[in-house]
Write a protein that binds this ligand. Structure first.
Ligand SMILES: Cc1cc2nc3c(=O)[nH]c(=O)nc-3n(C[C@H](O)[C@H](O)[C@H](O)COP(=O)(O)OP(=O)(O)OC[C@H]3O[C@@H](n4cnc5c(N)ncnc54)[C@H](O)[C@@H]3O)c2cc1C
Length: 312
């Protein structure tokens, strides 16, 4: 639980356990959109060159729409680096924020993350001038990641600029794009749901270095890893929290997210299992659906604590 700025000696030891490919030093997080807020009158599902399944949603742009988006992106206000972290920008040459790609020329985005090649807009039968691609997030119910749109733009500004993308005019965002210096491991390759390393079960990870973000997430994973470390010391079996609980779904994400595209996560409702269609039909309002998820989570978590004898 040594955090995003873990000391170099510790990072070296962790690297010896994880291997250098599964230890990262900065994150490049793309914004995530709620699937049911995408306008499918404009956006369409298709993989580039028709290769692959239905996991990609495309938002096509004509020249006028591209120019409008480009102009807005170029003037969007960015986040200033944290004090003492002014060198953050230099970490990102290999993975540039979209506003920086845009600054390098009007057409650079059209040859990068917004390239339209291999995509045909079913409304026109033509390849669009530019195209934003969204990819279905595995383990996040009906949530789509805007591919390659990591950025350093202030959240309010991100909403304004991203809603200029045709098909995302009314989009709601589960998470905004971010980039920072960060030390974290590729948990889906390395950790079990108990937060133990798969290959070294007596080593446990918690907090930001395990691939989560935020105060409560750090506390939640710290509690789970701490509990399991104590259980190991007492010779008891380690335990994974139920998937219906916020803690369990976070640990499940760490252990089972897509390792190739792994990005740190906050706790969100989208991390919990989706409600059954018949429940969704009755609970039409989002707040009602969330209440049901919370009730299920609390019930499952209390039952689990009882079951493993940790309820005191
Ligand atoms: C400027 C800023 C603002 C933020 N604002 C928010 C916010 O509003 N809300 C939110 O939810 N999150 C916020 N976060 C994120 C949040 O702070 C982190 O996700 C969270 O604190 C991570 O907790 P952690 O315990 O994993 O790491 P840390 O809080 O970094 O704690 C790790 C500790 O381990 C120590 N350590 C490192 N190496 C060693 C070693 N070898 N031996 C012993 N100790 C060591 C470190 O000194 C540190 O004290 C913010 C982050 C930043 C940088």
């Amino acid at each position: 639980a040594a955090g995003p700025l873990a000391s170099s000696a510790l990072v070296k030891s962790i690297g010896a356990l994880t291997g250098e490919n599964d230890l990262y030093f900065f994150d490049a997080i793309s914004p995530i959109v709620e699937g049911d807020t995408i306008n499918y009158d404009v956006a369409f599902k298709a993989a580039r060159y028709g290769k692959g399944g239905d996991d990609y949603v495309n938002c096509p742009m004509n020249k006028e729409e591209y120019d409008r988006f480009y102009e807005a992106l170029c003037v969007a206000e960015t986040v200033k680096p944290h004090e003492g972290m002014e060198d953050e920008a230099k970490f990102f040459e290999g993975c540039l924020p979209i506003e920086e790609i845009a600054r390098r020329g009007r057409d650079t985005l059209r040859y990068g993350p917004m390239k339209p090649v291999g995509l045909i807009d079913p409304r026109t039968g033509l390849q669009p001038y530019a195209c934003v691609q969204l990819r279905l997030e595995n383990l996040l119910a009906d949530a789509y990641n805007i591919v390659g749109f990591q950025c350093h733009i202030k959240y309010g500004e991100q909403r304004r600029v991203l809603q200029l993308i045709p098909g995302l005019e009314q989009a709601e965002f589960i998470r905004f794009g971010q980039m920072h210096r960060n030390t974290y491991i590729c948990s889906p390759r390395l950790l079990r749901e108990t937060l133990q390393m798969r290959l070294h079960p007596r080593v446990l990870f918690a907090g930001q270095i395990s691939g989560i973000e935020g105060y409560t997430e750090a506390m939640a994973t710290g509690m789970l890893a701490g509990m399991n470390a104590a259980r190991l010391a007492w010779g008891k079996e380690t335990a994974a929290a139920p998937r219906w609980s916020a803690i369990g779904s976070l640990a499940f994400y760490l252990a089972h997210a897509d390792a190739k595209n792994f990005q740190p996560a906050n706790t969100t409702f989208a991390l919990l299992p989706a409600l059954e269609p018949e429940v969704r039909k009755v609970a039409k309002k989002k707040s009602d659906r969330h209440r049901i998820q919370v009730e299920r989570g609390l019930t499952a978590f209390k039952a689990w604590l009882n079951e493993i004898g940790e309820s005191d």
